[in-house]
Design a binder for this molecule. Structure first.
Ligand code: 6PG
Length: 247
């Protein structure tokens, strides 16, 4: 990585299933540690397709029974501006694969509202985060799960988008030119306030971009995933061999 930042912790696994199992196991371990020491486990889920299998595993007998779900608070890293039952909804994906199948209290599931004015929804979500985290300067999430697009975006922080510059708000509405749509997203400084940030990247289609993000010149306007550098937390990448092929 062409910066003075330490090389991030990258773990390479044989295939997406192994990545998913490692991530599910880490989720369980972190939840046990957080709930036993702080009384709750706050996690921001990623959208997209990569985390589906992780959520399915967490809802399965092998993992579900290891998590003290009443102590888990589920947030989202980003959301599309669609209703919660829409095929593109990150909430719908997480709900179908996990949330509807585990005993997490409904009040502990903090859904971003994708309907109506995106800026208003972003502001509402920031208020919900602030209500949970109290008067902290930034949300101290125990875990933020992230994916990376083949364009280097993460959450809904897309190349060249306005949200990349945000240094005050925890949550913003972000216009995504390539999709001609608004998204709601945690900002980079909000993500960087987390205790642990976990990137999950699989597939050959991500290999070129992953190399650029991890080993190329620092250019976060073009590679927003490079913005993710936890201030007082850990950054880990769980990737499969196909995605790591160019590292
Ligand atoms: C979203 C996600 C987004 C996702 C990447 C990777 O709302 O789509 O938050 O950041 O993690 O686009 O998506 P895949 O896992 O589908 O490759």
């Amino acid at each position: 990585m062409q910066t003075d930042e330490p090389a991030p912790n990258v773990q390479v696994f044989d295939d997406p299933e192994q990545v998913a199992r490692e991530a599910a196991g880490l989720f369980v371990r972190l939840s046990i540690e957080a709930i036993s020491t702080r009384g709750s486990f706050s996690v921001a889920l990623s959208g997209g397709s990569t985390p589906r299998r992780i959520y399915e595993l967490l809802a399965s007998d092998d993992y579900r029974t290891q998590v003290s779900w009443p102590g888990v608070h589920v947030f989202f890293g980003d959301e599309r501006t669609v209703p919660p039952d829409h095929a593109d909804s990150n909430y719908r994906m997480a709900n179908e694969t996990m949330l509807s199948l585990v005993p997490v209290p409904a009040k502990n599931v903090h859904r971003m509202n994708g309907v109506g004015d995106a800026a208003a929804s972003a502001s509402e979500y920031e208020s919900e985060l602030r209500a949970f985290f109290g008067d902290l300067a930034w949300p101290r999430l125990d875990l933020v799960m992230l994916g990376m697009g083949d364009d280097g975006h993460t959450a809904s922080l897309f190349p060249g988008s306005a949200a990349l510059e945000e240094q005050q708000a925890w949550v913003v509405a972000n216009w995504v030119e390539k999709f001609q749509t608004w998204r709601i997203t945690l900002t980079a400084p909000a993500i960087n306030a987390a205790r642990r940030v976990l990137f999950l990247v699989t597939g050959a289609g991500k290999a070129d971009r992953l190399r650029e993000v991890l080993k190329g010149e620092r250019d976060p306007a073009r590679l927003p995933s490079q913005l993710i550098q936890p201030r007082d937390g850990t950054l880990e990448w769980l990737v499969d061999r196909a995605a790591a092929a160019k590292l």
